[in-house]
Design a protein around this ligand. Structure first.
Ligand code: NAP
Length: 251
């Protein structure tokens, strides 16, 4: 797949990541999957091997990505297994219980650590690898929730907002080095993360829809994509509501 021949996925057990990996493998890409849940990871790797079309590499390793000390080793293993890297997708995350975080500062820190700081740790290491190589695609799943703080999920939103801003700066740094930095901002996705939500509205989409959008954005080296596209318009409106009004809304 031209610029996506050898790709490592951090958080490969995510529903969005799994569908992205399937589409990549079916198009002949080699994929290295890093995920926390051993059984799920093994099942996904076995399934991807069956779907592979080219005898390409489909491999992976189990890891808790909150453990940032392991990040350099994981990157090295991915490079070794794939024989180099063309692209990376960072897909893992948690959806914090906002109310529980309000009552527990330590839990808030833990959620910010996994959703923002550990991602930034990986991005820092990967950016240097791709900068030295002089090409590559770095894609990270952020969220529309990172565009504006809301009472119902501002711990998650703050973490995603930090990641989006970090990616913006990284893109600015790496543009001249031939490296694309892609920010993925999905809206409402029907995945295990949102298992407890009412998904009856028209804004909900399946993870495979997001997967197709991620691959297109990575192939084109896009800067930032809202998935599906209509979230761009929704977030333009939400971002432009004056704070004096926004703070009175129950969002
Ligand atoms: N679903 C949505 O509506 C939505 C909207 C916007 C953005 N997103 C973002 O999209 C990404 C993928 O989420 P999803 O919708 O596909 O949900 P998901 O299926 O629940 O995926 C989340 C994944 O993150 C993994 N993870 C969490 N903590 C980890 C850790 N410490 N180490 C390694 N892996 C860890 C989970 O692993 P385990 O299987 O071990 O728990 C799980 O596989 C996330 O970044 C999420 O924030 C989702």
């Amino acid at each position: 797949m031209n610029n996506l021949n050898r790709i490592v996925i951090f958080g490969a057990t995510s529903a969005i990541a799994e569908h992205t990996a399937r589409q990549l493998v079916q198009n002949g890409a080699s994929v290295y999957c890093i995920g926390r849940n051993t059984n799920k990871l093994n099942r996904i790797i076995a399934d991807l091997k069956v779907r592979s079309v080219n005898n390409q590499v489909v491999d992976g390793i189990n890891a808790d990505l909150a453990d940032t000390a392991q990040h350099p080793i994981l990157i090295e293993q991915a490079i070794k297994s794939l024989g180099g890297l063309d692209a990376v997708l960072i897909a893992y995350g948690t959806l914090p219980d906002q109310r529980a975080c309000e009552a527990d500062a330590e839990l808030t820190q833990k959620e910010i650590q996994i959703n923002a700081l550990s991602v930034i740790n990986l991005l820092t290491l990967l950016a240097n690898y791709f900068e030295t190589q002089g090409k590559g695609v770095i894609a990270t799943i952020s969220s529309v929730a990172g565009d504006r703080g809301r009472q119902s999920n501002y711990v998650y939103g703050a973490a995603k907002g930090m990641v989006s801003l970090f990616l913006q700066g990284l893109r600015n740094r790496l543009m001249a080095k031939g490296v694309s930095v892609v920010t993925i901002k999905p809206g409402f996705v029907d995945s295990p993360m949102t298992a407890d939500f009412d998904k009856s509205g028209p804004l909900w989409v399946k993870p495979e829809v997001i997967a197709t959008g991620i691959i297109k954005a990575m192939q084109k080296g896009k800067n930032e994509v809202y998935l599906p596209w209509f979230w761009w318009g929704i977030m333009q409106i939400i971002k432009h509501i004056p704070e004096a009004i926004f703070k009175r809304l129950s969002l």
